[in-house]
Design a protein around this ligand. Structure first.
Ligand SMILES: Cc1ncc(COP(=O)(O)O)c(C=O)c1O
Length: 419
């Protein structure tokens, strides 16, 4: 008889053991930093060797409340003991309330829940196709218009609309037709939409993975006008910019421009996986079931009570702790500090960009060694695009912590790393 070692019951593993084990059992798609994170509190995390790090990544713009927020733990734990999953054969209270919270805080009238940002964008794409085919009576409008430099996910459809060829290599044939146009260029958008073959145009209010590039003033408003003129649905991918990250509830609110559909994930669940599309009444008809017809789109896990309780806790805590205002203030402070830093390293740190607590520093050289050195000095940062160091800390970050993170980056740049 085969005897299995019960690895998962072993609580004592050294960090080196765990990394060696990972080398043998995980698919080698990622390039993890060589630490095993074990616990966190607020903006700090600790690895399996007991080393403390200041976390400026928040799990790639996810953990807005920080790690182990006591009220978040209490609410999610309470829900765990009550009801975790029932499927969408039935309503569940947490899903209905989370949908209401999204509608109350945005333009949206209807919400569909899924489990990730890719799934949310995938659902939005299906909505757009079916909206044109079934609601607008224009089944030949099948093209997706997206922007170069964008990032919309890793599923087949979302990797096809992602405007960075490196994510598509080796995966063809891809979902299409897709047309990419330069971000920020309204003339190009007018040209792409003019033939009226597009079902939807999808765009991020800030291109996050593309290098923290904020939409130029008037761009989103211009896209809204062009979409209205041509009968194209306008989708804002707010997977990274939504839920307070930019100092407003949603990125589009800085521009006062309302999309037909908005996609959410990341910050929505405070770390519990959840995604959503939020749509106007008109656009939501694209996914509505027809009398006697099949359910046009669905997800087994989407909108489960646990994930939605987490989203409800996120809304509650952001609101009661004034975290949107805090993001705006902390973001201004961080933006100022990064601008000072850029001024000190001409030719090496080229510019700073971003909004709220989604900020980047563009380097002339490679950011990977900079991130590695900062980690060795106790600060976790991530990379956006090819050359940008990204700051996306939890919303609860304080000035002292921002000072500490920027001081470490300063030290690393001063040593000439990544030049
Ligand atoms: C703007 C944007 N859209 C979509 C995604 C994909 O989300 P997920 O990784 O949850 O599928 C991301 C992830 O970084 C993102 O930044």
């Amino acid at each position: 008889m085969r005897v299995y070692k019960r690895w998962y019951t072993r609580t004592v593993q050294t960090q080196a053991d765990l990394i060696a084990l990972a080398e043998g059992v995980l698919v080698k798609n990622y390039r993890q930093q060589p630490i095993v994170l074990e616990r966190g509190r607020g903006c700090e995390v600790w690895d399996a060797a007991g080393t403390r790090y200041l976390d400026m990544t928040a799990g790639i713009a996810v953990c807005g409340l920080g790690h182990s927020h006591p009220r978040f733990i209490a609410r999610v734990t309470e829900q765990l003991g009550k009801l975790v999953h029932v499927s969408n054969l039935y309503f569940n209270d947490q899903q209905v309330l989370a949908a209401k919270a999204i509608c109350d805080h945005s333009f949206a009238k209807r919400v569909f829940f899924c489990n990730s940002g890719s799934e949310a964008n995938e659902a939005a794409m299906k909505l757009a196709r079916r909206y044109q085919a079934v609601v607008a009576g224009a089944p030949s409008r099948t093209t997706f218009v997206a922007t170069t430099g964008s990032f919309h996910g890793r599923s087949f459809a979302t990797v096809a609309i992602t405007g960075q060829p490196k994510y598509r290599e080796g995966f063809g044939p891809l979902v299409g037709p897709v047309e990419h146009m330069p971000y920020g260029d309204l003339e190009a958008a007018a040209k792409a939409l003019e033939p009226r073959t597009a079902c939807a145009l999808i765009v991020e209010p800030i291109q996050a993975e593309g290098g923290i590039i904020v939409a130029p003033p008037g761009y989103l408003a211009g896209l809204r006008r062009l979409c209205d003129d041509t009968g194209t649905l306008l989708i804002f991918d707010e997977v990274q910019t939504g839920m307070g990250r930019t100092g407003r509830w949603f990125g589009y609110q800085h521009d006062g421009v309302v999309p037909d559909v908005m996609t959410l994930a990341k910050g929505l669940g405070g770390g519990i996986p959840i995604g959503a599309i939020a749509a106007s009444e008109k656009a939501a008809a694209g996914l509505a079931a027809q009398a006697g017809g099949a359910v046009p789109h669905a997800s087994t896990f989407g909108g489960n009570p646990l994930a939605c309780a987490a989203a409800n806790a996120v809304f509650d805590i952001i609101e009661t702790e004034g975290l949107i205002e805090r993001v705006a203030q902390a973001g201004d402070y961080l933006g100022g500090k990064l601008a000072d830093l850029v001024a000190k390293f001409p030719g090496h740190a080229l510019e700073t960009r971003g909004r709220g607590l989604l900020r980047g520093v563009l380097l002339s050289g490679s950011p990977a060694p900079v991130v590695a050195c900062c980690r060795e000095q106790g600060v976790l940062l991530s990379i956006a695009g090819d050359k940008v160091i990204r700051f996306a800390p939890p919303y609860v970050v304080d000035r002292k912590q921002l000072d500490e993170a920027v001081a470490v980056l300063h030290e690393v740049l001063a040593a000439g790393v990544g030049k």
